[in-house]
Design a protein around this ligand. Structure first.
Ligand SMILES: [Zn+2]
Length: 314
């Protein structure tokens, strides 16, 4: 295991209760998105030093919290807990401006002729796709937090229309929160996307960093932590063919492709191998790691957690 909650030698981002009264809610064990059950335990702790078991699937390399929220627990969490910690007191304008700085428009500048209507799915205040408005494209937003969606509507973004199919659907930093991404992304594809349309999926990619840095990702709101290849494999299973990747967190897929089980199997096998090696490399003691351990060792108190700063969390 990489991160054991009983050990105190990690740098936690902060130390606070991510889910008050967690014992009153149900958790369940689940299979991986690839359908496999076999896994190894990677961590028992979140970046906020809360108990959170995270496993790595040995078939496709995807990491997931297991056990994790039932649908009922997730709905309670997002209604009553998440907003209080994640976007606490965040004025819509501020969220919009911050999202706008991370606009996806530059990434899509060379395919901008390929689509007209845009749907930002779960897009907060709609800042990430607002630049397409300026380019004259109709932009719509699907967002449950009404104070953020209202800000978007006041600024020319349209509400989601369930009768419409959109040329480009953006699902940015949503898939890692899903309880069942295969089912939920499939629903988005069938309900919102043009059959041969574009789907942009953005999510943190775990194998961009060495295993020792993974702890910074682990948060109780995230169930899944995908690798580059496992995400492409998952999308291939839903008919998504990779058009381009921004080298960080964003993948653009063209929908309606044939699914090729062999190609998916190869992606999963490569991803699993990469994760296995990353974990192994981290756990293997080397002369260098021993030397650096002694060089940097300092006696510490119980936890290295920084003082609690709720406005930064999670
Ligand atoms: Zn898997």
């Amino acid at each position: 295991m990489l991160f054991d909650i009983n050990k105190t030698n990690y740098k936690y981002r902060e130390n606070f209760d991510e889910f008050p009264d967690i014992e009153k809610h149900s958790f369940q064990f689940t299979k991986c998105t690839c359908g496999a059950t076999e896994s190894i335990v990677v961590s028992t702790v979140s970046r906020h030093r809360n108990f959170l078991p995270v496993v790595a699937c040995t078939k496709c390399g995807t990491l997931r919290a297991n056990p994790y929220f039932t649908e009922e627990t997730a709905s309670h969490y997002y209604r009553n807990v998440y907003g209080n910690t994640h976007r606490r007191g965040r004025p819509p304008k501020e969220l919009f401006e911050e999202q706008r700085r991370k606009s996806i428009a530059p990434f899509l500048s060379d395919v901008v002729e390929d689509f007209d209507s845009v749907l930002d799915y779960g897009g907060g205040a709609g800042g990430r796709t607002a630049d397409f408005l300026t380019a004259g494209k109709p932009v719509s937003l699907h967002e449950v937090e009404s104070n953020y969606s209202q800000y978007a509507y006041d600024n020319g973004i349209l509400p989601y229309d369930k009768e419409k199919k959109y040329d480009l659907v953006v699902v940015s930093h949503v898939i890692e929160h899903m309880i069942d991404p295969v089912r939920q992304i499939n629903e988005i594809i069938s309900q919102c996307c043009r059959p041969d349309g574009l789907l942009l999926v953005a999510t943190p990619i775990i194998d961009r960093q060495p295993a020792r840095q993974w702890l910074q990702h682990f948060h109780i709101a995230h169930k899944y932590y995908f690798t580059h290849d496992a995400l492409i494999g998952l999308m291939a299973g839903l008919g998504g063919k990779l058009v381009k990747y921004n080298g960080n967190d964003s993948f653009l897929f063209r929908l309606g492709a044939e699914t090729d089980a062999d190609a998916i199997g190869q992606l999963y096998a490569r991803s699993a191998e990469r994760i296995r090696k990353a974990i192994e490399a981290e756990l293997r003691p080397s002369r260098r790691s021993l030397l650096s351990f002694f060089r940097f060792w300092r006696p510490h108190s119980h936890s290295q957690a920084a003082p609690r700063t709720p406005e930064l969390s999670p």
